[in-house]
Ligand binder design. Structure first.
Ligand code: KG4
Ligand code: ZN
Length: 343
């Protein structure tokens, strides 16, 4: 049996389309919306409009690159939730129309389940190139979510810890904003951190019980620290940018890793992986390798292009749903919220 799936991701500010054949990603095309940079964050109304403009060319590029014609598709998949509703509606309506027009099944995918399953995309460049075995723990760290997910099977996942306020990606982006860096700041903090000393400045680690996280206190501590130092020396953060970035990144990573150590200890699971935009972070990728060595874990990291929002991860999730016969009625509607535990 040959299964060919076209997948669409449009939950935030990336318009992406991918084509999969029998579990292999043939193309993964991502159009990043540059328009939001000037506003220091994603403007929902502008994101929906940009998705409308991008969606047809992006889908055409993905099909062309894959060498797959529309009539050869077995199903169309899309991100149903969570995300910005206006953005989700564009991808959802497009996928529904295509499935309707081609008389093929429609598959609705949960964005966070897809981030986790990006670890099953066969990879060569940058990732570990290995697939996790069940059960495993996934540390999902994105711009909107921070979760520790216990994965029992491809489609059976349980959240055992999550953030009570800001997400890890937000902690990176808000720190960048305080430092006057453009949006999204995560990749820039990563870049400057490479040249800095992570031990130079000390930021607090929140004491949150259980496996949950909190990042809002850290953001406030960084803001006060920068204001205080700038009063003494107006050029403080220009002079110390690499050390500040390295120290903040170090603290975010230790907060994440300490909870993962706790989760692994409590569940007895030694199979771990990372997912989501922040899993592209160089420091976090290094940390998971080092901690795995120390704690005897077996770890997995997705290839860079499958860490931040992309349709390849929607395609691989749709593939497992296709094999399980989990199709979606054409009356489905995207939703801004929704747990990955309830499919
Ligand atoms: O998964 P994603 O693309 O979108 C959401 O589902 O939210 O994650 C985006 C987040 C942003 O906060 C961005 O700053 C962060 O991932 N990010 C990074 C890096 N690359 C992306 N954070 C730290 N280091 C990076 N290299
Ligand atoms: Zn995402």
């Amino acid at each position: 049996m040959c299964v060919s799936i076209l997948a669409i991701e449009s939950s935030c500010d990336e318009t992406s389309a991918a084509v999969l054949r029998d579990g292999e990603i043939l193309s993964n095309f991502i159009a990043t919306q540059k328009i939001h940079e000037q506003y220091g964050g994603v403007v929902p109304e502008l994101a929906s409009r940009a998705h409308q403009q991008n969606i047809v060319p992006v889908v055409e590029m993905a099909l062309r690159e894959a060498g797959v014609v529309k009539s050869a598709l077995s199903a169309v998949a899309f991100t149903r939730s969570p995300g910005l509703i206006g953005s989700l509606l564009v991808g959802g309506c497009f996928a529904k129309s295509m499935a309707f027009g081609l008389s093929i099944p429609l598959i609705a995918v949960h964005h966070l389940q897809a981030h986790v399953l990006a670890n099953f995309i066969p990879s060569s460049a940058g990732g570990t190139g290995s697939k996790p075995s069940f059960p495993f723990l996934c540390l999902t760290v994105s711009g909107g979510h921070t979760q520790i997910v216990l994965c029992e099977d491809f489609l059976k996942m349980k959240i055992i810890g999550e953030t009570l306020d800001d997400a890890a990606g937000e902690a990176f982006d808000k720190t960048a904003k305080i430092l006057g860096l453009p949006y999204p700041g995560g990749p820039l903090i990563d870049k400057y951190a490479k040249e800095g000393n992570p031990q130079r400045f000390s930021f607090p680690e929140p004491q949150i019980p259980g496996l949950n996280f909190s990042f809002s206190g850290l953001k406030t501590a960084i803001l006060y620290f920068v204001q205080e130092q700038t009063k003494r020396d107006p050029e403080f953060f220009q002079k110390n940018l690499p050390d500040i970035c390295a120290s903040v990144q170090h603290r975010i990573i230790t907060i994440l890793m300490n909870k993962l150590i706790k989760a692994a200890g409590e569940t007895g699971i030694k199979e771990v992986c990372i997912a989501g935009g922040v899993s592209a972070n160089t420091g976090l990728r290094k940390a998971i390798a080092e901690y795995s060595e120390r704690y005897g874990w077996h770890y997995h990291i997705p290839e860079f292009q499958y860490c931040t929002d992309n349709a390849g991860m929607i395609a691989i999730t749709a593939y497992y749903k296709y094999l399980a016969g989990e199709f979606t009625d054409l009356s489905v509607s995207p939703s801004a919220r929704g747990s990955l535990e309830l499919r």
